[in-house]
Design a protein around this ligand. Structure first.
Ligand code: SF4
Length: 213
């Protein structure tokens, strides 16, 4: 698939995003500011959006600042995070990143990629999501769905999220960058799923060589 066709299918998919996708529910379940967006993004790593939403709702409708989070003990935070797994690592990361924001960034999340990446625990994907969702800076966040679908359609041929991220951020026009992640994640969670792609109802099947209808 060439890039023009890819942009065309992005438009079609954006106009047909199903309601109540796990990605959408996660976005809507907590009070969002740059800090809570960063925390929820860190929480969501390696966990399903449906489960992350339960924790995000519990924590980040009340907690809005790093000061509020560091008041919670690591043990208590681990217990809250437990249902989504990796609770030890995630609780530790949330506390460490919050402390660092308090000490080095006046409790604010930096809107600069290099600064974000210099914080231990924040990788390429998290930085791009935060820049995009918290500050409106066009930057493509590559997760499992974006990586899988763009490779499947031949837009990139890569083995890692970081590689896909570098290429996509280079070749995709600015106006498509902010919507790409949400559009493809919603599509990958509901229609073009890994185990059971619903090719028969897929709005872009005429463009897809993988169509199994
Ligand atoms: S036609 Fe099938 S494989 Fe291709 S994008 Fe649609 S759901 Fe996925």
């Amino acid at each position: 698939m060439n890039i023009q066709t890819f942009l065309k299918i992005l438009d079609i998919l954006e106009q047909n995003i199903p309601q109540n996708t796990p990605a959408q529910n996660l976005k809507n379940c907590y009070k969002r500011n740059p800090y809570t967006i960063l925390m929820v993004t860190l929480l969501s790593l390696r966990s399903k959006d449906e489960k992350t939403a339960l924790i995000a709702k519990e924590l980040f409708n009340t907690i809005q600042t790093p000061q509020e989070l560091v008041k919670i003990s690591q043990e208590k935070l681990e217990n809250i995070i437990k249902p989504i797994g990796f609770q030890k690592q995630k609780a530790k990361t949330l506390i460490k990143v919050s402390k660092l924001l308090i000490e080095q960034y006046n409790s604010q999340v930096p809107d600069d990629k290099e600064k974000l990446l210099s914080i231990k625990g924040i990788g390429e994907k998290t930085a791009n999501i935060v820049l995009n969702n918290a500050f409106g800076i066009n930057s493509i966040a590559v997760d499992t769905h974006v990586h899988r679908l763009t490779n499947m359609w031949g837009i990139v041929q890569t083995n890692s999220f970081d590689e896909s991220s570098k290429i996509l951020n280079k070749i995709i026009p600015k106006e498509y960058k902010s919507k790409l992640n949400f559009t493809l994640v919603s599509f990958g969670q509901t229609i073009c799923t890994v185990k059971n792609p619903k090719c028969e109802i897929c709005k872009i099947k005429i463009y897809c060589k993988e169509n199994n209808e």
